[in-house]
Write a protein that binds this ligand. Structure first.
Ligand SMILES: C[S@@+](CC[C@H](N)C(=O)[O-])C[C@H]1O[C@@H](n2cnc3c(N)ncnc32)[C@H](O)[C@@H]1O
Length: 214
């Protein structure tokens, strides 16, 4: 599920694909981070957003990025050290998080879910629900059903890759609700191909998974 082979040129590829500064800034805007918050960047890759988030929460906050790819985490740590960022990085996978219950105010899953098989999407979202505090928010950015014929053609190969197909069928909000997040709202559509969702962990404890998405 990792994309280690791409790690050394991942940031440049993102910029080429229109997922550079403006895209990261848009995620920050939706996340609406406040000074002092504890934030998790799940599947952080090279840690671009992790470092921006660390600036946004300031010295009283804390931002942790994690990824199961050792090369990605190595690059993320090196970039953070070069920039003097307070962001910290862990080698971990979303389906088994080394963090305490209710220990984060906000979490981000950007461009990660479409890499995960259905059962890992489910267990990963439950794990994020566990480590978010009641009332905490999860921002998900990922592929979605597109209403643009052009984009459907461009992204056609991806829509047939096993782990991405359900995202193209519009199932990400179903997974989020199954994992107990409510409400789940669409905040932004990016280039008619990506959606930004905000999913809240209810103040009462998160429900157990009931009906799996088909
Ligand atoms: C397309 S990159 C997205 C990186 C970053 N979030 C971004 O927005 O640029 C997908 C990332 O998901 C990570 N990933 C794959 N399987 C994962 C898992 N089980 N848990 C967490 N992250 C995972 C990959 O290693 C990769 O860094």
């Amino acid at each position: 599920m990792t994309i280690e082979w791409i790690a050394p040129f991942y940031d440049r590829l993102c910029t080429l694909l229109g997922l550079g500064r403006a895209f990261r800034g848009q995620i920050l805007e939706v996340a609406a981070l406040k000074a002092g918050e504890r934030v998790l960047d799940a599947g952080c890759g090279s840690g671009v957003w992790t470092r921006l988030a660390a600036e946004a929460v300031g010295s009283s906050g804390q931002v942790v990025g994690f990824d199961p790819g050792p090369r990605m985490i190595g690059i993320a740590r090196r970039n953070a050290a070069q920039e003097g960022s307070r962001a910290t990085f862990e080698l971990a996978a979303v389906e088994e998080l080394p963090f305490e219950d209710s220990s984060f105010d906000a979490a981000l899953l950007s461009l990660v879910l479409h890499h995960l098989p259905a059962e890992v999407k489910r267990s990963g979202l439950k794990e994020i629900g566990r480590v978010l505090r009641p009332g905490g928010r999860l921002i998900v950015v990922d592929l979605d059903r597109s209403d643009s014929v052009l984009w459907r053609i461009v992204l056609w190969p991806l829509s047939h890759v096993g782990t991405s197909a359900d995202a193209f069928e519009g199932k990400i909000p179903i997974y989020l609700r199954e994992a107990g997040f409510e409400p789940v709202t669409v905040e932004v559509r990016w280039w008619k191909s990506l959606t930004f969702w905000r999913a809240m962990k209810p103040l009462s404890s998160i429900a157990s998974v009931e009906t799996p998405a088909k």
